[in-house]
Design a protein. Sequence first.
Length: 227
Amino acid sequence: MQTLPAYISIVFILTTIYTVAMFVRAANGNRTVLFILLAWLVLQGVVAYSGFYTNTTGVPPRFMLTIGPALLCILLLFATSKGRQFLDRLNMQSLTLLHLARIPVEIVLLWLFVHKFIPQVMTFEGHNFDILSGITAPIVWYLTRINTNRKLLLMWNIVCLGLLLNIVITAVLAAPFDFQQIAFDQPNIAVLYFPFVWLPACVVPLVLLSHLAAIKWLVVPGGKATI
């Protein structure tokens, strides 16, 4: 991988730490959750650093080992009674503030585009408006603190979930796999390397889970989550 300015990796690593810390905080400091997330980050970091994911041939691509297990865990949380109990006890304020991480993530993506590691379409100069989720997160957090407006929180989570899915689909279609559809001149290769592999392996799944858990709690009554 071509050498990038150190500040790009540093900012992204700090952003990942913030995302994990806020999710653990939402889970009321659950040490098991912290251990699992840290172990996952170390495992994915070591695998990516070895160059394993840079082999993009074959179906399914090796890259599925980054986000596949995380998506499976999310599915199990919603499919099992213990998983649903865990989700229902998450703190909604912490989950909302977790989305602040999307601001530095978008800045990092812009830097990566400048250094030709991702296409412009994946930045807020292209078709990625996910930074709006991070910018509005503290506003929504404040409004829910002074007035528990469940409709506002639900609407915000649904809209921001849509913004997340938009960039995820774009990133997948721009990746250098057999099914690549866009950005052939400057594909999405950054996520194949450390530390940016943590974006699909950890940051995106935690952001996704935060939205889904919040929507579940807001739509299905009876949860013990706290605003």
